[in-house]
Design a protein around this ligand. Structure first.
Ligand code: COI
Length: 376
């Protein structure tokens, strides 16, 4: 057997193994009253469920040792490659509890596909879609009591993969770890649905052509932290990046895509140029818009068009979107020496788009696009 064939065989065996996922018995669960206290006001990314998923990849064995076990610290060699060269990717998706108690994921196949694309860019092994999906199902089923109900709450799922090999040479790691953790989630922004202020970064860029901008890798987010601090220092909640080549074209926020609402009812979003994250929420809105009587355009948007459009009334609303933030109105855009105000209240189009998306996710509207997948 060649190495490729044996790796494929090992991967297929791992997929079979995960389809019959074994959960470690006897994992201590947080007592119900404490869990209920957390679920009543979960915030974002602060609390984690009782279990987590891990699986390991090596060239010889492919994906193996897939388990659902107690949530807890990961033991890593100080020489683990991820700690030095940041060979890491992640995903973010949510599970929603519907009124009848069932639990559904929103387009997890899209996250699985993006995870594979990110893996290719970071020279990590691809995780087969079946393995991605079954890992999520296994964790959600095991920790189903952690899926909140009511309001806009959900269980945020965070799959991630990193170079765990102990080796300081600069090459793709020969041992890789895949994990999924889950965190009950309320609103991403603590102010709820109120307009968020944006700092336009001109000292920093997020991604350059040929770089990792379209991949969901930790390094992109690490690089956004200094500009994000600059945003805070200027009294803003989020940072907006322009393109690296001309410092002219609007790309995205620190962790969200952007939409501009035009006076004629057109939704315009920056086109995917290889430097922008291919957001699942972004793409869902492109599909949903027609049913809401809105046209869409994916094209380049300059910061001058943004400023002039707000001043003239051509741009009536601007919103951000992402799995964590859902659809969030933007209120104010500030830059060195100036600012423009889009609105002090959430705009009507923003709120319609937001509601349409949430209604599908929470099972209150028909899933005509086949986006929901039952997890529990
Ligand atoms: C998401 O929306 O899932 C994100 O990844 C954004 C952020 C929390 C990193």
């Amino acid at each position: 057997m060649t190495q490729t064939t044996s790796t494929q065989a090992a991967t297929e065996a791992a997929v079979q193994q995960v389809l019959r996922f074994e959960v470690d018995p006897g994992v201590a669960r947080l007592p119900e009253p404490e869990r209920a206290g957390i679920l009543a006001a979960p915030g974002f990314g602060k609390h984690f469920t009782d279990h987590m998923v891990t699986a390991t990849w090596t060239p010889a064995e492919g994906w193996h040792d897939a388990r659902v076990h107690a949530y807890g610290p990961i033991t890593l060699s100080p020489a683990a490659a991820v700690l030095h060269y940041a060979q890491e990717i992640f995903e973010g998706l949510k599970a929603y509890r519907h009124e009848d108690g069932s639990v559904w994921g929103f387009r997890p196949e899209a996250n699985a596909a993006r995870f594979a694309r990110s893996a290719r860019r970071l020279a990590l092994p691809e995780l087969p879609e079946e393995l991605f999906l079954s890992s999520i199902e296994a964790l959600v089923r095991t920790d189903v009591d952690w899926v909140p109900s009511g309001g806009e709450s959900s269980l945020y799922l965070r799959p991630f993969m990193f170079a765990s090999e102990s080796f300081l040479g600069v090459r793709p790691a020969h041992e890789v770890t895949y994990c999924v953790i889950a965190s009950p989630a309320g609103a991403y922004f603590s102010g709820g649905v109120s307009p968020v202020s944006i700092w336009l970064s001109t000292d920093y860029t997020r991604a350059a052509p040929g770089g990792t901008g379209a991949a969901k890798c930790g390094g992109n987010y690490a690089a956004s932290l200094a500009p994000q601090q600059e945003a805070f220092a200027h009294g803003c909640e989020q940072v907006c990046f322009l393109d690296a080549a001309e410092q002219r074209w609007v790309e995205e926020l620190g962790g969200m895509n952007l939409y501009f609402v035009h006076a004629d009812g057109t939704l315009v979003t920056p086109e995917l140029t290889g430097t922008i994250l291919e957001g699942v929420t972004r793409s869902s809105i492109l599909t949903l818009a027609g049913g809401l009587g809105l046209r869409t355009q994916e094209r380049r948007v300059s910061v001058d068009e943004w400023r002039a459009g707000v001043a003239s009334g051509e741009i009536t609303e601007v919103f951000a979107c992402g799995t964590a933030a859902v659809v969030t109105p933007l209120g104010r855009l500030a830059w060195e020496g100036g600012e423009t105000v889009m609105g002090t209240e959430p705009g009507p189009v923003t709120m319609r788009v937001r509601q349409a998306l949430l209604d599908i996710q929470h099972g209150r509207a028909a899933d005509t696009h086949g986006w929901l997948r039952q997890l529990a």
